[in-house]
Structure formats: C-alpha cells, structure tokens
Design a protein around this ligand. Structure first.
Ligand code: TYM
Length: 328
C-alpha cells in the first residue's frame, strides 16, 4: 500500500508562485507515489470576512487550477471541504481537546488577528479544523510550505494526546514534507517577508495567472542588492537567495549549479533567464486552466471526489466518536 498524503489550499484568490513552489508543485510531483488527497479548504476561508459570490467563484477556480497544474483526479482525490461534514464534526472534538493557550500561541493567528478590526472565534480555532482535515484521511505526510510548520506540530501533539488517552494507533501521526528549495518564497519587493497575495504591493508577488509581460516586469524589478554576484547568502543577499530558490525549484537545477553558471555576470542575465523560466512554466498551466474552468466535468469531478472523501472520513470519524463516547 502506498503511504498517504493530505494537503489543502484556501480558495482565497488565484494562488501565488509561493503557493505553487511551497506546496502545489509537490501535490503534482507526489501524486503517483502516494495515496493522495487534496482539499479545497473553503471553510477555512470563512475565518476572515469573505464576499459569498467571490468565495463560490474562487472555489471552482481553485479546482480548475488543481487540474491545470497536473493533478489527475483518477490518481489523486480532489474535493471541497464543505462537501464532507466530517471535517467540522471532527474539528469540534479536536477543539475540545486543545488548550486555549496552544491556540493563542499560533503565529498565524497572532498575525492575522492583528490585521482584523474584530476577530472571529473561527480565526482562533482554525488550527483544530486543519488538524481534523489531516487526521480524517489517516495522512502520514502533509506537503506544505514553511508557514504551516506550527500547525503540523499542533497536529502531531494532538495525535499523541488523543492516542495516549483513548488508545494507541487510533489516529495516525503525520509528518510535514517541505520542498527542497522554496519552502518559504519571499516577497519580490521585501525579501525578508513571505510572498503573499494579500500584500498591498502587487509587484511583490506573482500570481499563477499573471500575464507573461507582468511576470517579466516583476522579476526584473525584484529587489536584490548592489553586490552583483549571484551567490546563496540568505543573510547578506536575501533577494538573490530567494530568486535562486525559485530558479532551482522550477528548473530542477541545484543552487550550486546555478551559482556556478551565473556567478559574477551581474543580475541581468540571471533575472532574464529566470523570468523566461517562470513564464514557460506557467504558460501551459494557464492554457489548460482557461479550458477547464468552462468544462462541464469540473463539478462531476468534485462530486466524485466528495463521495470518496466522505467514505474515508466517516470511518475515521466513527473511530474518534467511539473512542470519545459519542453515541449510545
Ligand atoms: P494557504 O492556502 O495559505 O497556502 C497553501 C499552501 O501554500 C503554502 N505557501 C507558501 N509556500 C512557500 N512560500 C510562500 N510564500 C507560501 N505562501 C503559502 C502554504 O504553506 C500552504 O502549504 N492552513 C493552510 C490550508 C490548510 C491545510 C490543511 C494545509 C487547511 N487544512 C490541511 C495542509 C493540510 C493554509 O492556509 O494554506
């Protein structure tokens, strides 16, 4: 039997190159070697206010993008979180066994709460829902970017606690899988912060559906330094290190090989070649995406995915409920 993996992405708009390199590229690369389940986590998206029509549209857009990236629905299961009620049912049990202090310590909670005028409880209990997502599929591995590390740690601690209290091996303890290069893709304008689509400066991120011209402009305009040497030095040359990570991830070439190639030839050729690589990587994805978005198959694929996910999740949920004494 293949090892199991689970991961999810929020349908909060067109994903960035950071989402792709940090997680979604791995979804595609890993699907054949693992028993893979990929979720569109629309309930997570409710933790900050959302326009309902937009949320619906972005849910389908993300499904089309999953397929356009190369996730094969006959190989990996893709589905929408709200189609599987076990997620919120399991999340309740997770919440009841998670300390308030643990949740208040989550850095993503602190960052996001600081940006909201009023903070909904959902933002605080977002990690237990993520724990539920993962454990319901008996996931052994979770491909994610570096910013999810703390949430995976919380999941591991929860599983230990649950199994210690109710019986060994009821739940599977997952492990994160981070990509070799680009587990934290940085902003193109401030290489000390994470690339994020919620950044006010549009030059700081590349969206997977950006036009070639815009991509080239953003990469050529990426903040680097005045040293003019292509070298991997995160501390002194964070901008160049970030571009090297992106280059390495998309080309499959090692950082050493790239450094040897570009070394002291300045940043012009390096950025030019990287821009071309990003454009060439995204062009076929964009082409497939446009076709998939209007295809009738999209909803069918999600319905089938939900059926399969429900079958699997309900078994784990029953195991948890039995352990905790839910039922009579
Ligand atoms: P989300 O939707 O914010 O991001 C999706 C994935 O993209 C990764 N990512 C990045 N990786 C590298 N560099 C970046 N700049 C960058 N920005 C985002 C994220 O680490 C993530 O892997 N809580 C999750 C969604 C989720 C989930 C789950 C993930 C819900 N349930 C269960 C795994 C398993 C989130 O908000 O990801």
């Amino acid at each position: 039997m293949k090892p199991t993996i689970f991961s999810g992405v929020q349908p909060t708009g067109i994903p960035t190159l950071g989402n792709y390199i940090g997680a979604m590229k791995g979804f595609v690369d890993l699907q054949h070697d693992y028993d893979a389940t990929y979720c569109i986590v629309n309930q997570h998206a409710l933790t900050v206010p959302k326009d309902p029509a937009k949320l619906k549209k972005q849910t389908l857009q993300l499904a089309a993008l999953y397929l356009a990236l190369g996730i094969d629905p006959n190989v990996a299961n893709i589905f929408v979180q709200s189609d599987v009620p076990a997620h919120s049912q399991a999340a309740w049990m997770v919440m009841c066994m998670t300390g308030l202090g643990e949740l208040e310590r989550m850095t993503q909670f602190k960052d996001k709460a600081a940006k909201q005028e009023s903070v909904g409880a959902g933002l605080l209990v977002y990690p237990p829902l993520m724990v539920a997502d993962i454990i319901l599929y008996d996931a052994q591995y979770v491909p994610v970017g570096d910013d999810q590390k703390q949430h995976i740690e919380l999941t591991r601690n929860f599983v230990d606690r649950f199994n210690a209290r109710f019986g060994d091996d009821i739940l599977i303890k997952p492990e994160a899988i981070f990509p070799k290069a680009g587990s934290r893709v940085k902003s193109l304008q401030d290489p000390l912060s994470k690339m994020s689509k919620s950044d006010k400066n549009e030059k700081s991120f590349i969206l997977l559906l950006d036009e070639p011209k815009a991509i080239t402009k953003k990469i050529k305009g990426a903040v680097t330094d005045s040293l003019g040497i292509v070298k991997y030095d995160e501390e002194n040359q964070p901008g160049v290190a970030n571009l090297l990570n992106i280059f390495s991830s998309l080309s499959g070439r090692t950082i050493e090989d790239l450094v040897e190639d570009y070394g002291d030839t300045g940043y012009g050729r390096f950025k030019g070649d990287l821009a071309e690589l990003v454009v060439d990587t995204l062009a076929p994805i964009q082409e497939r995406y446009q076709k998939l978005l209007v295809s009738d198959d999209l909803r069918d694929i999600l319905h089938t995915g939900a059926q399969r996910a429900n079958e699997k999740a309900s078994v784990t949920l029953a195991r948890m409920e039995k352990a905790m004494g839910i039922g009579y």
